[in-house]
Design a binder for this molecule. Structure first.
Ligand SMILES: Cc1cc2nc3c(=O)[nH]c(=O)nc-3n(C[C@H](O)[C@H](O)[C@H](O)COP(=O)(O)OP(=O)(O)OC[C@H]3O[C@@H](n4cnc5c(N)ncnc54)[C@H](O)[C@@H]3O)c2cc1C
Ligand SMILES: Cc1cc2nc3c(=O)[nH]c(=O)nc-3n(C[C@H](O)[C@H](O)[C@H](O)COP(=O)(O)O)c2cc1C
Length: 775
């Protein structure tokens, strides 16, 4: 085959040499616009796993790279005068020049033709090529030429960074955070040869401008960074090798995703590779890894399917299918890490204590979890757990295992939860006339016996016409209050759990069938009048609500207050106001459902006015020493709807009104929503609100293991973790997860005590049989 690689970066060179090695009959040319020794940048890092891949592909290159590598294990974090270190993180660093020179030499030895100093404008310049590899970097001309096919989606990120170097050797991957009068700067520092380190300085656009650095020349910017990071540099100067750049030396990272990676131009197949196809932010240092692994995969598919020109379409399709999955995984992690650095100044650096700040930094990509950290550096993690537990008021004896974060108690107003796990409210549609019955007693009672620190009952409706379905629970009369009292007393009498009451009004989503007879579908008969901020229905064939009059609003507010008062008398510990999921109060908050033109519609303060009035009414009757949580839909997942930014505004208003917790859910506001689900998908909302607004939060949504909960709580992304569906699968979720992570100090109900040790022993035995496994 005749193969031309446009771009002599890591992707093009490595692919060229792998193909030539696999079949010396191929004619392969790599065309590069620069001269052999010119390159922008300093060192790159990648992981041990990439190295292993490379060893399997071409031992010779791998050996040379390994000889030139600098391997290190430690991460050091400097902030607010503290210097903290952890180990076990396994990175390798190499100068970009050195890496390219090794690859160039190997290409030459194998007979790959290298053409330097040639700017390629188009693939058409190589009509004889069977395959043109577009590995010409993030600004790929070839990709742009076929943008209609490749569908590049390039988002320019808000932060600005400058890529510098220094002749000082750092023995750890170092993150240095410095506050100036205008905001925070961070340096990402790693050594890549015996005497040189990469030194990337990053800040927000706002802070950059406030310092006038957007207008500064290179020398001025370098001098600024040198002064700011003088402590860590210890006199070593900062150096630049990007003098060729026009404009500001402070760059914006561009995040790139492409809809398709290959194209046939009529003569040759064109395929994207490396940064031309996708980018991953330097916050997790994976751009070079992805480029090299693309090259490996494409070469592997030629080996697997055959390297004749006729097979190229099959090979390219298989390459794209395999790589897309891996690239998406890394890009997601890189995005999380990148976003962490974009908000670090406004969200974490000032608020979190240095210990927790460091934990948050280490878990920024959300690929490294609590138990991953334990594998990497058990001593550091145990120290952190001990610190966290002490901060929560636990004084673990130094010889014993510290309490994992999710099992530390949590105090809010006068209520102390025994741990951080919450059973999330879940409608069971099993009541008659709103009265809790034996089903509810057993259902909620068994979850309390199962170890959750706080057990919420389902959305409990404040009047008959506030119900979602005829099977919903209520709290508008004394019979209901007495039945609730029985459940609350049972839980208080037989477990350490606290009990939560979620009160709500279905609004325009009311008068529907129980879930198993058609969720959200109107009742066949016996429908009641719906109320909403505006007269629009949830489903096209659903009941049209009445836009609430001031009289309706006063009546419903009084119903909420009466339910809260009954709830307090029934002994509930925590009250939650349901302002999520498109029910009445939620539909006031969302601009998609609130079209009012009076004082209750329009800007945020107006849309929040009625929910806040209801909040004030319940706060007035709810005992001072007991907390109130507010559940919000933090994202409507639909254009024109509320976003996490809006949710933060509402959270602040509820905080000012006296709310203690924000329970961060999302969606279900409009039928046409397009939610993006995934593991812990709503946790970022809890994180944002907690750390930007300064109010405690509950994270919920696709949290399913102790490792998730520990990671969230330990990083300060939320104060509590609520789990719904896992509690349907396992009433004793909390006790079982404790056993799985080997935490034995959590008490089981005394009646069940003899089941505890055998359960733990079985898990230990199973773990011992799994290589490297924990229970
Ligand atoms: C600040 C910063 C830090 C980074 N740190 C790391 C890190 O620590 N670890 C890591 O793995 N990655 C890192 N990267 C990313 C890494 O540099 C890239 O992801 C990686 O180099 C991609 O390889 P590539 O071969 O696809 O593209 P590139 O390395 O960009 O190579 C493309 C080549 O094509 C050439 N070219 C472009 N257009 C033409 C043309 N028209 N004609 C001829 N030649 C052309 C260019 O000159 C270049 O040599 C970092 C990036 C930045 C910006
Ligand atoms: C059967 C069921 C009923 C639910 N009912 C309620 C409810 O009454 N009130 C509420 O706020 N959320 C309700 N939810 C949402 C859950 O509280 C929770 O936010 C959601 O299921 C995501 O958590 P999970 O991934 O742990 O299941 C319900 C969820 C389920 C599965």
């Amino acid at each position: 085959m005749r193969i031309v690689c446009i771009g002599g970066g890591p992707a093009g060179l490595y692919f060229g040499l792998l193909m030539k090695k696999a079949n010396p009959a191929h004619r392969i040319t790599v065309v590069e616009r620069n001269r052999p020794y010119d390159t922008f940048g300093w060192g790159v890092v990648f992981s041990d796993a990439t190295m292993e891949n490379m060893r399997a592909c071409d031992a010779e290159t791998a050996r040379e790279i390994e000889d030139a590598f600098n391997h290190w294990d430690d991460i050091e974090v400097l902030i607010k005068g503290r210097r903290m270190r952890t180990t076990g993180h396994g990175f390798v660093g190499i100068g970009r020049k050195r890496l390219l020179n090794i690859l160039q030499a190997r290409c030459q030895a194998l007979g790959v033709e290298l053409v330097f100093d040639r700017e390629v404008e188009s693939d058409i310049e190589f009509p004889e090529a069977d395959l043109v590899v577009a590995c010409d970097g993030v600004n790929s001309k070839l990709r742009n030429r076929y943008a209609a096919t490749f569908e590049p989606d390039l988002s320019v990120r808000p932060n600005r960074y400058i890529w510098l170097g220094t002749e000082k050797s750092f023995d750890a991957f170092t993150f240095d955070f410095r506050r100036t009068e205008h905001g925070w700067f961070q340096a990402h520092i790693y050594k890549f040869d015996e005497k040189t380190s990469t030194f990337i300085v990053e800040t927000t656009e706002e802070t950059l401008r406030a310092h006038g650095l957007d207008r500064a020349g290179q020398d001025e910017s370098v001098a600024f960074c040198q002064t700011l990071f003088a402590d860590v540099l210890e006199g070593a100067p900062l150096l630049t090798n990007s003098r060729h750049l026009r404009g500001s030396a402070w760059l914006n990272f561009s995040r790139l995703v492409c809809g398709k990676w290959n194209h046939f131009n009529g003569k040759s197949h064109v395929v994207l590779m490396g940064d031309a196809a996708h980018t991953a932010h330097f916050a997790i240092g994976s751009g070079t890894k992805l480029a090299l692994e693309d090259a490996i995969e494409l070469a592997r598919q030629f080996e697997r399917l055959g390297d004749a020109p006729a097979l190229i379409p099959d090979v390219l399709a298989a390459y794209e299918e395999v790589r897309r999955v891996d690239v998406a995984r890394i890009q997601n992690a890189a995005r999380n890490a990148m976003e962490w650095f974009e908000v670090v100044g406004s969200r974490y650096a000032d608020t979190l204590e240095p210990e927790q700040f460091m934990y948050s930094l280490l878990t920024r990509s959300q690929r490294i979890s609590h138990e991953n950290l334990r594998l990497r550096d058990p001593v550091w993690l145990e120290g952190y757990e001990r610190w966290f537990a002490r901060r929560g008021g636990l004084n673990a004896d130094p010889g014993s295992r510290p309490t994992p974060p999710m099992f530390t108690p949590y105090r809010v107003r006068g209520v102390t939860l025994p741990n951080r796990i919450v059973m999330s409210p879940m409608a069971m549609y099993s009541a008659k006339d709103g009265v809790p019955n034996d089903f509810h007693l057993v259902h909620l009672g068994s979850r309390a016996l199962g170890g959750a620190g706080l057990v919420f009952g389902e959305m409990t409706c404040v009047s008959p016409d506030a119900r979602i379905t005829p099977g919903c629970l209520g709290l508008w009369n004394d019979e209901q209050a007495a039945a609730w009292r029985r459940i609350v007393d049972f839980i208080h009498g037989h477990s350490a759990a606290k009990v939560g009451l979620q009160i709500g009004h279905a609004g325009r989503k009311g008068s529907t069938r129980v879930a198993w007879e058609g969720i959200d579908q109107p009742l066949a008969d016996g429908n009641w009048q719906l109320l909403a901020p505006s007269a629009t229905s949830y489903l096209p064939h659903g009941g049209i609500p009445r836009a609430m009059s001031l009289g309706d609003m006063a009546r419903v507010k009084a119903d909420f207050a009466a339910a809260a008062e009954r709830g307090a008398a029934s002994g509930f510990d925590v009250l939650e106001l349901h302002c999520a999921h498109g029910y009445l109060l939620s539909s006031f908050l969302s601009p998609l459902t609130n079209r009012r033109e009076d004082l209750y519609g329009g800007r945020h303060e107006n849309r929040a006015r009625y929910p806040l009035e209801v909040f004030a009414a319940i706060r007035a009757v709810w005992p001072e020493e007991r907390p109130i949580s507010v559940r919000l839909s933090c994202h409507d997942w639909f254009d024109g709807g509320n976003t996490p930014e809006d949710a933060a505004i509402f959270a602040r208003l509820f905080k000012e009104a006296g709310a203690d917790l924000i329970d961060c859910s999302s969606g279900q506001v409009v039928r046409e929503e397009k939610p993006v689900y995934g593991r812990l998908f709503q946790t970022p909302f809890a994180d944002k609100i907690r750390n930007e607004v300064g109010i405690a939060t509950i994270a919920v949504g696709a949290i399913s293991e102790a490792d998730h909960a520990n990671s969230i709580i330990a990083a300060g992304r939320a104060d509590l973790c609520a789990l719904a569906r896992p509690h349907l699968a396992d009433p004793a979720w909390t006790l079982h997860e404790a056993a799985k992570i080997g935490f034995k100090s959590i008490p089981w109900p005394r009646q069940y005590h003899s089941g505890k040790a055998p359960y733990e022993a079985n898990l230990e035995r199973a773990a011992a049989q799994t290589p490297g496994g924990r229970a």
